[in-house]
Design a binder for this molecule. Structure first.
Ligand code: BG6
Length: 493
């Protein structure tokens, strides 16, 4: 059984809590992973009663688990919930918080402070917690979970780190990147390091290029306050996609132990070739969704969404080409791409192998051989290796087939990422959380692009909602024959 603890969530009435945190805590309760007296202290500015909180959380959990909702489990979970009203920018909030938690047997001594708040408020919240003695570990541990983005750019990340570093030891800081909690993301490591077949091929001698794509059909929703100042490059590429890139390309670490893994990931980020200011347009592309259709329904453009400035150039689509200048990867382009309101919800790592020599087939009908692809589906989960085989018949013709290896049996369910990460915080396991240098080097990769984009405030390309983004993003490709791999379906000629 895990330690009993008080999970104190700042921003508990917000989007993250609704979509991910509360459903994940409910799942943990259902799985019997929460200690008997573990409590969830939901904190927010809104004037909610205890009953209202419970009703809200009920509807969030029901929305997330649908027909699997279990009333008995929820009643148990609801008894763990408490609402605390307060403004995190007001010092008096922390005094009241201290009064509530100190010497109160209802709340376990161990406290996880979860910052599901605007990134600009992380530093302030940590400082006030410190000033009211709420980070002292005299009785029980104190851990602080910090959502992304950690900082707004390299400089602000450094400032934030200096700020919180005054009050917290590194072991108390849990910088979350929820992609690392996904089973399919962890499978990238298993696929690479538990099988011998791929390892000899996993390098510049055999791989032509790599694509890492995250696309979603959702739009901005009610997140303008957060997203307007962030955009797709910070929201997805600086964090989730660069993390995926490290897992796909790093050297095998000596063990699964937290520091070994993080050491190898940092080496990859340090090896990414810096993008010179005059090369930004050859390496990065941004765009914003305009009105369009998703699943046959008309949807608004970004500029018409609530809370968005009429002249906003915040990107909802971003693509980036990077090169890792080390022995394994030198010269192999890696394309990272993400977008909201795209044609499909999907996260996919696509590895494209080099062309085989044509020589053997010179006197046949085959004009051009296809490249092999290995597709690692993050969501939906899948593993696919595309190969060329001979078509039945008298002539020498080929076609594509694939080895499909499902990651799970039909009756197995994948849990969402947050369950595992929320539990790791209680267990004090930091291997799936980011060390500060990982965050800093990830900022170093995207910072040159953000700097140039920050000066280009007059115009941004658009794409109709429900599509794969502007064709012009092709300009990132190194070779004419390279093309975006949108889905698991084989590429057209
Ligand atoms: C979050 C971003 O970190 O990840 C969101 O802030 C994005 O904008 C989400 O939608 C995607 O996560 P997932 O798990 O749904 O792929």
């Amino acid at each position: 059984m895990t330690d009993s603890c008080t999970y104190a969530i700042f921003g508990a009435t917000g989007n993250l809590s609704r979509i991910k945190l509360m459903p994940a805590l409910y799942h943990l309760d259902q799985a019997g992973k929460l200690a008997e007296d573990t409590r969830v202290l939901a904190m927010g500015r809104r004037d909610w009663s205890q009953e209202h909180l419970v009703e809200q959380v009920r509807s969030w959990v029901q929305g997330a688990v649908g027909e699997h909702f279990d009333e008995a489990v929820f009643s148990r979970f609801a008894r763990r919930l408490d609402y605390f009203r307060g403004d995190l920018r007001e010092p008096e909030t922390y005094q009241r918080l201290g009064d509530l938690l100190r010497d109160n047997d209802a709340f376990p001594d161990n406290i996880a402070w979860y910052m599901a708040i605007n990134p600009g408020d992380f530093g302030v919240a940590v400082r006030y917690l410190h000033e009211d003695g709420l980070l002292e570990e005299a009785h029980g541990w104190r851990r602080v979970v910090i959502e992304k983005p950690f900082g707004y750019d390299l400089e602000s990340a450094q400032a934030l780190q200096r700020g919180i570093g005054k009050y917290l030891r590194e072991e108390q800081i849990y910088r979350i990147d929820h992609y690392l909690g996904k089973g399919t993301v962890q499978n990238v490591l298993v696929f690479r390091f538990a099988n011998t077949v791929m390892e000899p091929l996993w390098n510049r001698n055999y791989i032509d290029h790599i694509q890492i794509t995250h696309s979603e059909t959702l739009g901005l929703g009610s997140r303008a306050g957060f997203y307007e100042g962030v955009g797709a490059m910070r929201d997805m590429i600086q964090s989730h996609l660069l993390q995926l890139l490290t897992l796909v390309t790093m050297e095998p670490p000596p063990s699964m132990e937290a520091e070994s893994l993080r050491d190898e990931k940092v080496k990859v980020l340090k090896s990414v070739r810096p993008i010179a200011p005059n090369a930004v347009h050859a390496h990065a592309f941004r765009a914003q969704y305009a009105a369009g259709q998703i699943d046959g329904e008309k949807v608004k453009g970004y500029l018409e969404e609530d809370g968005v400035a009429p002249d906003s150039v915040t990107e909802t689509y971003a693509a980036l080409k990077v090169y890792i200048d080390n022995w394994r990867w030198r010269g192999v382009p890696i394309y990272l791409r993400t977008g909201k309101r795209m044609a499909k919800k999907q996260s996919l790592v696509s590895i494209c192998f080099r062309h085989p020599p044509q020589q053997f087939f010179r006197d046949t009908h085959i004009e051009r051989l296809r490249q092999n692809w290995v597709l690692l589906g993050i969501q939906p989960d899948c593993l696919k290796v595309e190969m060329t085989v001979k078509e039945p018949g008298l002539e020498m013709r080929t076609r594509q087939t694939s080895l499909d290896a499902s990651l799970r049996q039909r009756d197995e369910v994948l849990t969402d990422a947050y369950e595992e990460l929320l539990l790791d915080v209680i267990d004090g396991d930091r291997s799936l959380f980011l060390r500060y240098d990982e965050v800093e080097y990830a900022w170093r990769v995207v910072d040159p692009v953000l700097r140039v984009w920050a000066t280009e405030r007059d115009y941004i390309q658009t794409y109709p909602a429900g599509t794969w983004g502007p064709e012009e993003s092709r300009r990132l490709f190194e070779k004419e024959e390279q093309q975006w791999r949108h889905s698991l379906a084989p590429l057209e000629d």
